[in-house]
Ligand binder design. Structure first.
Ligand code: BGC
Length: 473
């Protein structure tokens, strides 16, 4: 009898939770139905490449040096080397992108090519990037250009990196020259990508160059990068014109606290520092970061206030956080395993994109958002189609609710160098054979081409035909 009552209570609770989910319009599993959702006219379908992760042949920076150590700090002992050989194959890759009708496209510049030694520019490299940008214009792309992502020229790394005040002068000079030379060829300027990861993983966790473990220094670099963005913003406006659209591309986790009070406390702290405080500073002109029983930074300045004309959201997964007295910041990060994972073990949790964008729109009213990176490591390409569809269904819902999202970027066009994970993770819409560098299209590339071409999601019953599209071309 008691067992029967207990079962009935459990069934009622489950039904109640699902009903509550449905009443809020959120299916309890986080899954969104495919009903042919249409995107607004002019919605930007995009993809892209990074400088270091795709170009190949970059040997003059701190990452290349770090990778050459013995024992190797990189998974499988990989070296970036030729990467995706994008430096030489950019035209054919752009044509692939055009074939996909993905009309937004992002590339980045590699500082160590443009300025191989302090104060000396390499004109050949400047001309190369100019040619790349022209090739993008010729294909009618909406051009996103990123100026800095993780790597520093050796001369900069060796004299103290961002902690050396002289680097800011070189950064300003570099940005000014980029704005003058590339100005007419760029639609959206990103000053930097995932700068908080650089500061925290590079200076507090010691996971990336320069491999330091000092929370106070990490916060100082965090502060310096906020300044670097603010300065770059003003310089680009001055040199490329006031109408230049300047923003940045930024990584977000969707965070959840594991359970009890202390978990919620560290979740709040981590979410603040990782997701929001950097951007809050660019919005409101105030840095206010406090680490539990640790260092803090407080500062106010007009230099970086109001310096987001747009914001690029990178979203991949969620993390569960719990209190742990033995880890830096007292926080233990774990991957949630409720839903299927990518080849890197990252849980596929599309609803997190919705949560993160809602919060960004609430905090930064008037700042247009673009999904600047969304993708997964999936060598067999058997989870990628659903991944793309579900993230897009949530994106569609955001747009319907008035969140100003103007585009979606799949990351990335081809397989790339995945930093400390080397070449093992396969993110690309196109697989790369590492011996021949030959690109092979995936079913997901066909799916995204279809979606971009129709400017809508397929209906469930259309899906099989689209994924099999190649045989009918
Ligand atoms: C980084 C990329 C990286 C991706 C997946 C992004 O936020 O910008 O460099 O490939 O995360 O880890």
């Amino acid at each position: 009898m008691y067992i029967l009552i207990a079962c009935a209570v459990i069934v009622l609770c489950i039904a109640g939770v699902s009903l509550y989910g449905n009443l809020r319009g959120i299916p309890p599993s986080g899954r969104m139905p495919l009903s042919g959702q249409e995107f607004p006219e002019g919605f930007l379908w995009a993809t892209g490449e990074d400088a270091y992760q795709h170009e190949g042949g970059n040997l003059n920076n701190d990452w290349a040096r770090w990778e050459s150590q013995e024992p190797s700090p990189i998974k499988n002992g990989d070296r970036c080397g030729r990467a995706a050989d994008f430096y030489n194959r950019y035209r054919e890759d752009f044509d692939r992108s055009l074939g996909d009708r993905l009309m937004g496209h992002r590339i980045g510049v590699e500082w160590s090519r443009l300025e191989p030694s302090r104060g000396r520019y390499d004109e050949k490299a400047w001309r190369h990037y100019e040619a790349m940008l022209r090739a993008m214009r010729k294909r009618n792309f909406t051009v996103f250009l990123n100026l800095w992502h993780f790597t520093l020229p050796l001369w900069a790394a060796d004299s103290g990196g961002w902690e050396d005040p002289r680097l800011m002068e070189r950064w300003e000079a570099l940005v000014a020259r980029c704005a003058e030379r590339f100005g007419p060829l760029v639609d959206y300027w990103s000053t930097m990508i995932d700068s908080q990861i650089y500061a925290l993983a590079g200076y507090a966790l010691g996971e990336l160059p320069p491999n330091q473990r000092d929370l106070a220094r990490a916060l100082e670099v965090y502060r310096i990068l906020i300044h670097a963005h603010g300065r770059a913003y003003r310089i680009i406006k001055e040199r490329a014109g006031a109408e230049a659209r300047v923003g940045m591309i930024y990584f977000f986790f969707h965070y959840q606290a594991k359970s009890f009070f202390l978990d919620r406390l560290v979740k709040r702290q981590t979410e603040d520092i990782f997701n929001w405080k950097f951007l809050d500073a660019l919005h409101a002109g105030r840095i206010d970061v406090n680490v539990l029983l640790g260092p803090s930074v407080r500062e106010e300045s007009g230099l970086y206030r109001g310096t987001l004309d747009w914001l690029g959201v990178n979203y991949y997964t969620r993390e569960v956080l719990s209190f742990d007295p033995f880890t830096p910041g007292f926080v233990k990060r774990t991957v949630c395993d409720k839903y299927p994972a990518t080849d890197m073990g990252w849980e596929i949790y599309p609803e997190g994109l919705y949560r993160v964008c809602r919060e960004a729109a609430r905090r930064y009213p008037g700042v247009p958002l673009v999904i600047a990176e969304n993708g997964l490591a999936d060598e067999r390409d058997d989870r990628r189609p659903r991944f793309i569809l579900e993230h897009l269904a949530w994106t569609h819902r955001l747009i319907n609710e008035g969140v100003p999202i103007f585009g979606y970027t799949y990351w990335s066009l081809t397989d790339n160098w995945e930093w400390a994970q080397g070449f093992a993770p396969k993110f690309g819409l196109y697989r790369i054979d590492r011996k021949t560098m030959k690109r092979t299209e995936t079913a997901s590339a066909r799916l995204l081409r279809w979606i971009a071409g129709h400017n809508r999601l397929p209906r469930e019953e259309e899906l099989a035909g689209i994924l099999d599209y190649r045989s009918r071309r």
